[in-house]
Design a protein around this ligand. Sequence first.
Ligand SMILES: Cc1ncc(COP(=O)(O)O)c(C=O)c1O
Length: 363
Amino acid sequence: MAVLTQKKKKHNFFAGPAILPAQVLEQAAASVVEFEGMGLSLLEISHRSKQFVAVMDDAFAMTKSLLNIPDNYEVLFLTGGASSQFFMTAMNLLPEGGKAGYLNTGTWSNKAIKEAKLFGEVLELASSKEQGFNHIPKGFDIPKDLNYLHLTSNNTIYGTQLQSFPNVEMPIMCDMSSDIFSRPLDIEKFGLIYAGAQKNLGPAGTTLVIVNKDLLGKVQRAIPTMLDYRTHIAKASSFNTPPVYPIYVCMLTMKWLKENGGVAAMQTRNEQKAAMLYGEIDRNDLFAGYAHTDDRSRMNVTFTMKDDSLEAKFLEMAAEADCVGLKGHRSVGGLRASIYNALEPSSVEVLVEVMQTFGKQFG
Ligand SMILES: Cc1ncc(COP(=O)(O)O)c(C=O)c1O
C-alpha cells in the first residue's frame, strides 16, 4: 500500500485542518483498510464493538494522562466543532441572572461572545479590536461576581497567545482549539476547556471538551438532550454515534505525543521552532512580525512583508521549496506559518532558508 512518508511530505504550514505526524497517517490509513486483523475496516465496525470501545477508552485515558486531568473532570469527544461550544458553554454554565466575562482577542472570541449573549449577561472585559487584535489586552478589571471568565488561549488568525492564565476566583472557560497539547496546563484553573481537533490534535470532525463536572446542573433552563454535557458524560461520548474516525486519529496522535515526551517536550520543541522563525522575521529587513512581541503565538506565526508587492513572489519561492499553507487568513492578509506540534523543526529550517535566500535576492 502506498503511504505518504515524511520524505515525500510537503512542509505543511496550514492553520487547520493541519499537519499530522506521518506515523499517525500511516497507521490511520492502514486501519481504514483493515482494523486489528478483524477482516473489516475501522469504518465498518460498530461504535459499540469491543474494538472501538477500546479506542474510545484509550482516547479518554491518553487525554487524562497527557494533561494530568484530575478525577472531578470529564473528557468528551463531541461533534459540532468548537463553534458549538461557543453556545454550549453558556447554555450549560451561565445561570439565569448570572454574568460572564469575556476577553475579546479576535474573531473566535467575538463569535463566542455573540452566542453567550443568548443566555445571559455578558461583559466584554477588554478588546484589542481597535488595534487589529495584534496583542492581548492587559491590566483590565475582572469583576469578582462573574460566574465564569472566558478566554481564547491562542488566536489562530492573528497569531497572539496567552502566555499564562490569570489567577481568578471564578472558573475559566477556555477555547484552546489551536494550542491544546502544546504545553502543560494547570487544569484546576479551568471550568471547561474546548478544542476543535483539526489543528493540534487530529482531523476535523470532533471537538475535545474537558469539563469540571461539579459545575454542571446549576442552570434551570431546559437544555436539549444533545446539547447537555451531562448526556455525553453519562454515555461516555457515545449517546449517539460518535465521529469514530476523527476520534481514532486523535487517539493515535496522542499516542505519538506520549512517545515523543508529552506536552512538556512539545512545549520545548514549539518554543525552539517559534524562536527560529521569529528570529528570522526580526532579523530580515523584508519581513515584519504582526503580533506584539510579548504575545506572540508559538503555534501561528503571523507576519507581513514590508513591501506587499513582494508577497506573491515570496509565496512562489516558498512553494518551490515545498513550503505550503503560508498565506495569511483572508480577513487579515499577510503571511502565517502554523507550526503545530507535528511540524518538524527541519520544516521551519527550510522556511527560514527560503526567507534568507529571498532576503539576499530582494533585500
Ligand atoms: C481558536 C479557534 N476557535 C474556534 C474555531 C472554530 O472551530 P470549528 O471550525 O471547529 O467550529 C477555530 C477555527 O479555526 C479556532 O481557530
